[in-house]
Design a binder for this molecule. Structure first.
Ligand SMILES: [Zn+2]
Ligand SMILES: [Zn+2]
Length: 178
């Protein structure tokens, strides 16, 4: 089965193809395009912003950090329809745990009531929450995912600031030339 080029989730159906890559959603396709542009954001800027976010305070509860990107997972079903989501959030560990427990119980309660996907996806989403509850990013350092988020955020801001004018002066690209 195909994996999303951006978030590496396994794509069961509804793949979005663009730029020779496969994505799970239009959101991931757009983020990937921004990430391409984000190669030009200065590394120092990225590190500064990343450390700032990582040390907290938590954007959700205003409590102390470290903060990072945490995931929780949900599924709900009704007869032939099932919907499941991966919900990333930037928060402290306590807020992340709360969302993951919520996701776990909501999935157990609401996930099963559809065929075939409810029955297949519910154990998967429960397992993903369990894995996230006992795993998750290393609190000692910002995760790669946080770096990605910061890069994409900064690139998006630069793009918004530059508007339709000339592209902002780019720093030497560290990756492959675009
Ligand atoms: Zn994706
Ligand atoms: Zn929090």
């Amino acid at each position: 089965m195909a994996q999303c080029s951006y978030c590496s989730i396994t794509i069961l159906f509804g793949a979005v193809e663009a730029d020779g890559k496969v994505f799970c959603s239009e959101r991931c396709r757009d983020s990937d395009r921004l990430l391409e542009r984000a190669r030009r954001v200065s590394f120092r800027q990225v590190v500064r912003k990343m450390n700032e976010l990582h040390r907290g305070p938590c954007p959700k509860c205003r409590g102390p950090g470290p903060c990072d990107v945490h995931h929780s997972y949900k599924v709900w079903s009704f007869l032939l329809a099932s919907k499941w989501v991966d919900l990333p959030q930037l928060s402290c560990r306590r807020c992340a745990r709360k969302s993951q427990w919520e996701g776990l119980f909501a999935s157990l309660l609401l996930g099963w009531w559809g065929v075939p996907w409810g029955v297949i996806i519910t154990p998967l989403q429960v397992w993903r929450n369990v894995r996230a509850l006992w795993g998750g990013p290393d609190p000692k350092r910002p995760s790669d995912e946080l770096e990605k988020l910061v890069r994409v955020g900064l690139a998006g801001r630069q793009q918004a600031e530059s508007g339709n004018g000339p592209e902002p002066p780019s720093l030497p690209a560290t990756g492959s030339p675009v």
